[in-house]
Design a protein around this ligand. Structure first.
Ligand SMILES: NC(=O)c1ccc[n+]([C@@H]2O[C@H](COP(=O)([O-])OP(=O)(O)OC[C@H]3O[C@@H](n4cnc5c(N)ncnc54)[C@H](O)[C@@H]3O)[C@@H](O)[C@H]2O)c1
Length: 318
């Protein structure tokens, strides 16, 4: 149980942060630091909570970041440029925000003497284009230079190495998480799951990039945030990286579109489009380390997660 702490969250206006804030805000002081490139927070149930302080700031502004972090017991560094379309359109910004932003956040935590936990967000993309039941010990892979998609993985991997370096060299209590396709209420951006659900709810055409044979494992956000809570609480987590996902909720992208339509009773047509960039054929985690060290097991199956996410989008004001 985390109580009476000051918790500083970069990317605090984002999707995953929003569910995390919901878990922590009753008993802790939260500072959400975000440049509002995306915004789940404003319309959420906690946007005006008395325990929440919002700082509009950029992780590329080290002075404001360091000053705003003063007195934090815990830092959750979730700010990043994510989403394949955004990454491909702006690879320079992606590298700068993800790499330099993480360097700034780690240094700010060190300067402020942050004592309990620094959570770093990496990505499952560090395992490259064929990631079948990948474990943390497996080698990380990056595709060819010049292929914009890999900018995201490389920038996140650099941040992950830096987080481990801060742990080794300065004793900063870092934990890195590698999310595998997290989805759920509050998600924004261009990811397949919320796009499919929103289009299915309106009986609009669902577009699939590629032939739909790409395989993914889908992790509901409540499960993911439970793993984050364990990373904050469990002393053995410090200095480690964890794959966090649901290795049983595995399906092709075409299968996902069909499942969404079936679960929501949608009449959407499914249409295929050429891919924008290199794609990942298969991405399924091994989550044994998270189970052994943290005691984490994902609970929400795909159909239940789709139904709960759709309920959220149904209730959003038009
Ligand atoms: N959702 C997933 O499946 C997934 C998968 C792999 C990794 N991740 C990582 O998890 C973290 C949270 O992801 P999410 O799904 O909540 O994404 P999100 O885009 O909803 O949240 C990221 C937040 O960072 C903020 N941000 C972007 N640039 C910033 C900057 N320069 N300064 C300050 N804030 C900035 C955005 O405004 C946004 O609110 C990210 O680091 C992301 O890369 C997520």
């Amino acid at each position: 149980m985390i109580q009476g702490k000051k918790i500083f969250i970069t990317g605090g206006a984002g999707f995953i942060a929003n569910t995390l804030i919901g878990n922590l805000i009753g008993d802790n002081q939260i500072v959400a630091y975000d440049n509002f490139h995306r915004d789940t927070l404003t319309g959420s149930a906690f946007g005006k909570h008395p325990n929440l302080t919002i700082v509009r700031g950029d992780v590329l502004d080290p002075d404001l970041l360091t000053k705003s972090m003063e007195g934090a017991d815990i830092v959750v560094h979730a700010a990043a440029i994510a989403g394949i379309d955004t990454v491909v359109k702006d690879p320079v910004k992606t590298m700068r925000v993800n790499m330099l932003g993480t360097a700034n956040a780690l240094e700010a935590a060190r300067i402020n003497g942050m004592s309990e936990r620094f959570i770093d967000f990496s990505t499952s993309e560090v395992f490259g284009s064929k990631a079948y039941r990948v474990s943390e010990e497996q080698e990380t892979v990056s595709g060819s230079v010049g292929e914009a998609r890999w900018v995201y993985a490389v920038s996140k991997l650099a941040g992950e190495h830096l987080a481990h370096a801060y742990f080794k060299q300065y004793g900063l209590r870092t934990v890195t998480v590698r999310p595998f396709n997290v989805y759920g209420p509050g998600q924004t951006g261009e990811g397949a799951m919320q796009t499919f659900i929103q289009r299915a709810l309106n009986n609009e055409t669902i577009y699939i990039t590629g032939d739909g044979s790409q395989i993914r494992a889908w992790c509901y956000v409540d499960d993911f945030v439970e793993a984050l809570m364990l990373c904050l609480e469990c002393p053995e987590a410090v200095g480690h990286s964890f794959n966090i996902g649901n290795a049983r909720a595995v399906i092709t992208i075409l299968g996902l579109a069909q499942t969404v339509c079936r679960v929501l009773g949608s009449k959407s047509e499914i249409v295929f489009r050429p891919p924008l960039s290199a794609d990942i054929a298969v991405r399924i985690p091994s989550v044994e380390k998270a189970d052994e060290v943290l005691g984490f097991k994902a609970k929400v199956d795909l159909e239940e997660g789709v139904a709960r996410t759709a309920e959220y989008f149904r209730q959003l004001p038009a």
